[in-house]
Design a protein around this ligand. Structure first.
Ligand code: PGA
Length: 259
């Protein structure tokens, strides 16, 4: 199982900036074969990036992902994008249930569960985000919060489907919100969260299915801490926000993956 390093650009970069980023990134990581690399730009840049990525000659094909989608196939949902639209444009991944979607756009577990089911139906690989907030951490309720999110968001997902999902453990208090000096979880705290998620998956679907499912870390991952986080036994990759906005720092993170 290759480690997954995904860039979550959030609401950053125009089409022009996105294309010049992937040109630069491709030069920097051409020979890095240890990680599967995914870029999740804003919707507006997907088509241009899809064309650019197809034209790149590389030993490490950069893949495309979206930051969100709707759970219905089509219809009267102003401002929304469907799974079929993402597939048509060349996406292979979609981030679902990010904490910013949960907090700012009031997404709840049942809705995220419907999105996961729809994404899988269209062969899009979900990156499902879970993680406790500061209040839950302080009151000793972190594991309960993560367990509930997993139980609800993975409702109805079969043993055969689970390994198509990457679970992103993103403690909300560790997310940088654009501050490069924001502190990530320590490698011990991150590993603790990941092993809790692994055990949860083992109970749900058995050891084989759980061990072939990626659990990736998100929250202020950067070149300075990527190597130590990515060397922990249950950390199978990273979902990178702020540090993915520069091709150089994102490439350094990709290079910290040891096979
Ligand atoms: P960050 O964001 O790396 O800027 O903390 C990660 C995320 O929100 O996915």
């Amino acid at each position: 199982m290759k480690k997954l390093i995904a860039a979550n650009w959030k609401m950053n970069k125009t089409i022009k900036e996105s294309v010049s980023f992937v040109k630069e990134l491709n030069e920097l990581i051409k020979r890095e074969k240890n990680a599967e690399v995914v870029i999740c730009p804003p919707f507006t840049a997907l088509e241009a990036l899809s064309k650019e990525l197809k034209s790149q000659k590389s030993e490490n094909q950069i893949l495309l992902g979206a930051q969100n989608m709707h759970y219905e196939e089509n219809g009267a949902f102003t401002g929304e994008i469907s799974a079929a639209m993402l597939m048509e444009i060349g996406c292979e991944y979609v981030i679902l249930g990010h904490s910013e979607r949960r907090e700012i756009f009031c997404e709840h577990d049942a809705l995220i569960n419907r999105k996961v089911i729809t994404a899988l139906k269209h062969s899009l690989n979900p990156i499902l985000c879970v993680g406790e907030n500061l209040e839950q951490k302080k009151t000793g309720k972190a594991k309960e919060a993560i367990g509930n999110q997993l139980k609800n968001c993975l409702n109805g997902i079969s043993k055969n489907q689970i390994s198509k999902i990457s679970i992103a453990y993103e403690p909300v208090w560790a997310i940088s919100k654009g501050d490069p000096n924001h502190k990530a979880a320590t490698k011990e705290d991150a590993e603790n969260g990941h092993s809790f998620i692994r055990d949860f998956l083992i109970k749900m679907h058995g050891r084989d299915a759980a061990e072939s499912t990626r659990i990736i870390y998100g929250g202020s991952m950067k070149p300075e801490n990527a190597k130590e986080l990515l060397s922990m036994p249950n950390i199978n990759g990273g979902l990178v926000g702020n540090a993915s906005l520069s091709a150089k720092s994102f490439a350094e993170i990709i290079k910290s993956v040891i096979s």
